[in-house]
Design a binder for this molecule. Structure first.
Ligand SMILES: CC(C)=CCC/C(C)=C/CC/C(C)=C/COP(=O)(O)OP(=O)(O)O
Length: 558
């Protein structure tokens, strides 16, 4: 059992608990962006027919390049890797899939060729695991000496070490050789990082955990410096990045208009005003043009969820939260009468937003999907209420009790499910049953979300975190607790890796959404809560991804 710090926890009413009905109140900094993106008019973001033609021309050239590069060559591995990291993989899915299938079918023969080096073997291993192909890790055995340790001669093979480091991120439970490979490569790369931008960037953020759109510019300059780079690829990816950025600017301008019209900042001044940050979060989940509708829907939902979180965590009293939860459960406009006035306004807007989403889904013949989105939101608010009861009663739950509720409050079950709602390509109905049944992939993503949030938030959050619960239950120091929770996060990544290899009936488009959602957490909650405090790191990210185009002159000295 957990421990009770305050009065009895039941029944849950602030009056019964003898708690003053004083509002908790944390003040958040105002929006960094305000109306900034309203200035991006549709004329400004228009794509000219010349740009369209040039894009098509370059695309055809890249296709030719793919066609003439043999599947059994190292050049093909490099080409596919570059295409994916430059963010243009979505143009060549069929071509890369065929090549990877060939590489999978011939995996053993290729890896056991006498002359294959560490870089090639590790790169092939990573590209295949990335795509969900199970390829065995014993291919790394050949780089061990008689004592079973990685050969010291590898230390001077910097490209090989880097490739090994990136491949080892894809390990699953029990793959000890990949654990060793990760330790070995990290240790040696650490000593070289001051002399190489590429190494320090990789140590900071391995490819597996990075978001294509966010890392694209960094990779572009690394790729350009590589003597074997291809100019056509470079030009195509720059043009594609810039044209997509215009589309994103158009979308964020529309989202800003939507958010402003809701008037939350005036009516609910206690909330975090983070529409642009929310859009960035969702852009990281899917940046490709075919996901425009899905992005719009999910951005609206994260915006609403952020306000809901502030109502539960910050402003609402326990009595109000009980009423609010019941109203959301009933999902009926009549429930508005039971609510205090500030909640009335939000509640009406909430139902309206979901009605508008349902209308959008009607246009693509997928109305039924709204049911899953609402169901997950209801589940989320019930968990938020549980959490609020703990806060108000001073109850410190056991880790088991805590995680049961807090994996839901992490919001990722709701977000992952809702991420499928606006996808226009085929998503089987079964995928919705699966994703809402708390499968391991979603649980692991939620563990990462919850624990990363708690590790950075435990100093200032006005509520219980996993750090408090673990220290209370085990009687250990904060340092020890941090180490345990970090290990849990690393294990959850292994669960994710495992699931990517075994979920063969779940379309890759769905798995990729979940992984990207997890990656956002890893990006934004690594050193601090960059969503709540969005004036520094997240501001720079927004500038890089949404405002600054890539200037072709800086890559081609024209
Ligand atoms: C928990 C989390 C990062 C959720 C991600 C998905 C989601 C629903 C995002 C909406 C905005 C939000 C609640 C951010 C986290 O705030 P916070 O750090 O104050 O979250 P907390 O109140 O649950 O700790």
């Amino acid at each position: 059992m957990g421990s009770q710090i305050n009065a009895s926890a039941a029944p849950f009413s602030s009056k019964n608990l003898g708690i003053e009905v004083a509002r908790r109140s944390v003040t958040f900094h105002p929006s960094v962006w305000k109306d900034y993106f309203l200035s991006y008019t549709s004329t400004m973001t228009e794509i000219s027919s010349h740009e369209e033609r040039e894009l098509q021309r370059l695309k055809e050239e890249v296709k030719k390049l793919l066609a003439v590069t043999p599947d059994d060559s190292i050049h093909k591995l490099d080409l596919i890797d570059a295409i994916q990291r430059l963010g243009i993989g979505y143009h060549f899915e069929r071509e890369t899939k065929e090549s990877l299938q060939y590489m999978y079918d011939t995996y053993r023969e290729s890896c056991y060729k006498q002359n294959e080096d560490l870089r090639t073997i590790a790169l092939r291993f990573r590209l295949l695991r990335q795509q969900g192909y199970y390829v065995p890790c014993d291919v790394f055995n050949k780089f061990k000496d008689q004592e079973g340790k990685f050969e010291e001669s590898l230390v001077s093979n910097v490209r090989g070490l880097l490739s090994m480091y990136e491949a080892a991120q894809y390990g699953v439970h029990g793959e000890e050789i990949l654990e060793e490979a990760l330790k070995f490569s990290t240790f040696h790369l650490e000593s070289m990082k001051n002399n190489s931008r590429e190494i320090s960037a990789a140590l900071e953020m391995p490819i597996h955990k990075s978001l294509t759109r966010v890392e694209m510019k960094k990779f572009l300059s690394i790729y350009q410096e590589d003597e074997s780079h291809d100019d056509v690829l470079l030009k195509f990816s720059i043009l594609d990045f810039n044209l997509l950025q215009k589309m994103h600017q158009n979308e964020i301008s529309e989202i800003t208009r939507w958010w402003k019209a809701l008037e939350f900042c005036e009516k609910l001044p206690f909330i975090r005003d983070r529409a642009v940050e929310g859009y960035f979060w969702i852009l990281a989940v899917y940046f490709e043009p075919q996901y425009s509708l899905a992005r719009k829907i999910l951005t609206k939902v994260i915006g609403m969820a952020s306000v809901i979180d502030d109502i539960y965590d910050n402003y609402g009293t326990l009595d109000e939260l009980v009423l609010f939860t019941n109203a959301i459960e009933s999902w009926n406009i009549n429930a508005v009468d039971t609510l205090p006035s500030y909640m009335k306004y939000f509640y009406k807007s909430l139902l309206d937003v979901y009605v508008s989403i349902e209308e959008e889904l009607g246009k693509i013949g997928q109305t039924y999907r709204i049911h899953y989105a609402i169901k997950e939101l209801k589940k989320l608010v019930w968990a938020y209420l549980e959490e609020a009861k703990w806060t108000y009663s001073g109850y410190v739950p056991t880790m088991e009790e805590y995680m049961k509720v807090e994996l839901v409050t992490a919001g990722y079950m709701m977000l992952c499910t809702t991420s499928l709602v606006g996808i226009q390509e085929h998503v089987p109905k079964e995928a919705f049953y699966w994703i809402t049944s708390e499968p391991l992939l979603i649980l692991a993503s939620s563990v990462i979300c919850r624990l990363m949030d708690d590790l950075v938030g435990q100093e200032f959050e006005q509520k219980i975190t996993a750090v408090d619960c673990y220290m209370n239950e085990k009687g250990v120091s904060k340092e020890e607790t941090f180490a345990v929770l970090r290990k849990e996060i690393a294990n959850a990544w292994k669960d994710i890796n495992q699931e990517c290899l075994s979920l063969t009936t779940i379309p890759m488009v769905i798995i990729e959404r979940v992984i990207n959602i997890t990656r956002v957490m890893n990006l934004l909650y690594r050193e601090e809560d960059a969503y709540t405090n969005s004036k520094t790191k997240l501001k720079s990210l927004v500038i890089s991804v949404l405002i600054q185009p890539v200037t072709i002159e800086s890559y081609f000295h024209l």
